[in-house]
Design a protein around this ligand. Structure first.
Ligand SMILES: NC(=O)c1ccc[n+]([C@@H]2O[C@H](COP(=O)([O-])OP(=O)(O)OC[C@H]3O[C@@H](n4cnc5c(N)ncnc54)[C@H](OP(=O)(O)O)[C@@H]3O)[C@@H](O)[C@H]2O)c1
Length: 231
C-alpha cells in the first residue's frame, strides 16, 4: 500500500524539495505551510501524490484541520516530518519575551501539539522525524544571535528521545536530524553571505529516505547531519 507522510514547512527550502522527492518515490504527501501560493507549485508538480494544506501550525485549529483532511481522504500516517522552522537572529540581550514565545511556538510547541492530537492516526511502524539543527546538538559550536533558535532546537532534540520511549507501546519510532548548513532563505538569515556546501535538493533526498527507512536502524536518536560546524 502507498505510504503517506505529512511534512510541515513544505512551501520552500528543504521541505519543498523533500515533498517533491517523496512524491517521485510514489509516496502520498500532505504538505503543510502558510503560503498557499507556493504550495500550489507542489500541486502543479504532482497533484496525484501531493495534497497541500495552507495553515499556520501554531494556530489552535491546525491539528483539527489536518485531522479532517486525513479523514476526508481516508489517510493514516506512516511518517510525520516536523520540518517547519522559525529563526530569529538577534543578540540575546535584544530578544524579547515575544521573540522567545514565537520561537518556541513554531519550533517546539506546534510539533508537540500536532503529534499529540494526531496520535490516533499514526500507524504501527510509523516514524516521527524531527528536523533540528547543529545549534541544537549538545557540544556543538554556538553562534551569536541564535540563542533562542538553538534552545528550541535543543528542546526538539530531547523531545525526540522522550517520544521514542513514550510511543514505544504503539510501535511508533522517533528520530531527530540535526542539520548543518543548507543553502536556503533561513541560512541566509542566520549567516548572511555564507555559501553552504549542501543544496536543499541534496538534503531533501537524505531526509526523505531517512524518514522512509531510518527507523529500521534508529529510534530515539539525535543525529548530526553536517560536514563541519556550522557547515
Ligand atoms: N537551512 C539550513 O541551513 C538549516 C540548518 C539547520 C536546520 N535547519 C532546519 O531545517 C528546517 C527547514 O529549514 P529551511 O532552511 O528549509 O527553512 P526555510 O527555507 O526558512 O523554510 C521554512 C519553512 O517553514 C514554514 N513555516 C514557518 N513557520 C510556519 C508556521 N507557523 N506554520 C507553517 N509553516 C511554517 C515556511 O513556510 P511559510 O512561510 O509558507 O509558512 C517554510 O516552508 C527548519 O526546521 C530549520 O530550522 C535548516
Amino acid at each position: 500500500m502507498q505510504k503517506h507522510i505529512i511534512i510541515t514547512g513544505a512551501s520552500r527550502g528543504i521541505g519543498f524539495e523533500t515533498t517533491k522527492y517523496l512524491a517521485d518515490k510514489n509516496v502520498t504527501v500532505t504538505a503543510v505551510a502558510r503560503s498557499g501560493k507556493k504550495l500550489s507549485l507542489l500541486e502543479e508538480y504532482n497533484s496525484a501524490s501531493i495534497h497541500t494544506l495552507s495553515l499556520d501550525i501554531t494556530t489552535k485549529d491546525a491539528s483539527e484541520i489536518i485531522y479532517r483532511h486525513l479523514k476526508e481522504h481516508n489517510l493514516t500516517i506512516d511518517g510525520m516530518i516536523h520540518n517547519a522552522g522559525l529563526l530569529i537572529n538577534k543578540p540575546f540581550s535584544e530578544l524579547t519575551d515575544l521573540d522567545w514565545d514565537n520561537q518556541f511556538r513554531v519550533n517546539v510547541l506546534a510539533p508537540v501539539s500536532l503529534t499529540r492530537n494526531l496520535l490516533p492516526m499514526f500507524n504501527s511502524g510509523s516514524h516521527i522525524l524531527n528536523i533540528s539543527s547543529m545549534g541544537g546538538f549538545q557540544g556543538s559550536d554556538k553562534f551569536p544571535g541564535l540563542s533562542a533558535y538553538s534552545a528550541t532546537k535543543g528542546a526538539l532534540s530531547i523531545l525526540t528521545e522522550c517520544l521514542a520511549t513514550e510511543l514505544a507501546e504503539f510501535n511508533i519510532s522517533s528520530n531527530c536530524l540535526c542539520l548543518g548548513a543548507v543553502q536556503t532563505e533561513m541560512l541566509n538569515q542566520a549567516f548572511p553571505g555564507f555559501k553552504a556546501p549542501v543544496k536543499p535538493v541534496q538534503m531533501a533526498e537524505y531526509i526523505a529516505n531517512f524518514c522512509l527507512n531510518g527507523h529500521t536502524f534508529y529510534n530515539g536518536k539525535i543525529l548530526p547531519v553536517a560536514l563541519s560546524n556550522p557547515s
